[in-house]
Design a protein around this ligand. Structure first.
Ligand code: SER
Length: 323
């Protein structure tokens, strides 16, 4: 029986991945953990506070739960990492090596997200091939490349079945993103509903690779279920869904929020990070090796974001109306 321990379960990916794992395997098979106290976040399954930097605590929790897999989502994203690069290095690298070490000792499989940030300005931009130059210029990217290598090392040296995906920017309404360069593509929806306008921290023509969260979650589940003999890559597969600029996203949003206005005030740090990443990943190897297919294009994603956000706002609106 599968028993999956999720780290970073209260984060942007963790929140939705945990729900999907609970729906698929039942609440008894999942343990949600996060460095934040579970009293501050909701989980549909047993939840505990856990700091992956504490190797003994991690080992105890994995052993006590009898985990067969660890989905390791605890990490610092690109913009937050630049504010304190040493802290980001410590959390992203030491957390990962602890997870891999415990997985080797306890016989667990491991999922680790990589990112489009594992590429840099020397990588072909459109598309970035699966195997190509990886010389990122951010600390987040450095930890993602090193993390991919570490996962491959634990696989070849200790037989840990570690698998990963290079995610593009992820968009969802369930949980807020936590300090990434692609966060504008989530903030813009909240601002559209709240204010009817948004000031973007990237230039109007910054084309970036993006994916709607339900596709990303399905990709995690599918890559972990793929027969191992079909995988020639493990860490990590390029996957992609859609590419758009802030101006193109604003046009699509206007179909749902007439009169929506967007302005631009590019932030030098975030603009330089965005400019250093490819605008599209070539995901043909994921398509061939484990049948990856995205479902959501830009118009479907925008429509579903508004459906989800409006459903979240409805109870609040009803409470204010009843006051
Ligand atoms: N969404 C992430 C970020 O912007 C990229 O992996 O940092």
């Amino acid at each position: 029986m599968k028993r999956i321990l999720v780290t970073g379960a209260a984060g942007q990916i963790g929140t939705e991945l945990t729900s999907s794992l609970v729906a698929r395997f039942g609440p008894g098979g999942i343990l949600a953990t996060d460095v934040r106290d579970p009293a501050s976040w909701a989980s549909e399954c047993p939840a505990e506070q856990l700091d992956c930097l504490d190797l003994d605590a991690l080992r105890d929790t994995v052993t006590r739960f009898g985990a067969t897999a660890i989905h390791h989502l605890a990490a610092i994203l690109s913009v937050t990492a630049e504010a304190d690069p040493v802290r980001a290095y410590r959390i992203n690298m030491n957390g990962l090596v602890n997870v891999l070490q415990v997985a080797a000792e306890c016989g667990c499989r491991v999922f680790v997200p990589s990112s489009i940030a594992a590429f840099g300005p020397g990588t072909p931009r459109d598309p970035a091939p699966q195997s190509t130059l990886q010389r990122p210029t951010t600390m987040y990217g450095v930890t993602k490349v090193a993390g991919e290598l570490l996962c491959d090392y634990y696989h070849s040296r200790f037989g840990v079945d570690a698998r990963g995906l290079r995610f593009p920017g992820l968009i969802s309404y369930a949980a807020p993103p936590g300090g990434g360069t692609t966060d504008y593509a989530v903030e813009i929806f909240h601002a559209a509903l709240r204010d009817g306008r948004y000031t973007c921290f990237l230039r109007a023509d910054t084309r970036m690779d993006m994916m709607y969260m339900p596709d990303a979650i399905r990709a995690v589940i599918e890559v972990m279920e793929a027969p191992p003999d079909r995988l020639t890559h493990r860490n990590a597969f390029n996957i992609t869904a859609m590419q758009f600029t802030p101006a193109e996203l604003a046009t699509e949003i206007r179909a749902h929020v007439p009169g929506f206005r967007i302005g631009y005030d590019p932030d030098p740090l975030r603009q330089s990070i965005a400019d250093s990443w490819p605008s599209r990943l070539d995901d043909s190897e994921a398509r061939e090796q484990w049948g990856w297919r995205h479902e959501y294009e830009l118009p479907d994603m925008v429509a579903d974001m508004f459906r989800g956000l409006n459903a979240q706002r409805a109870p609040r609106a009803a409470v204010s109306a009843g006051r």
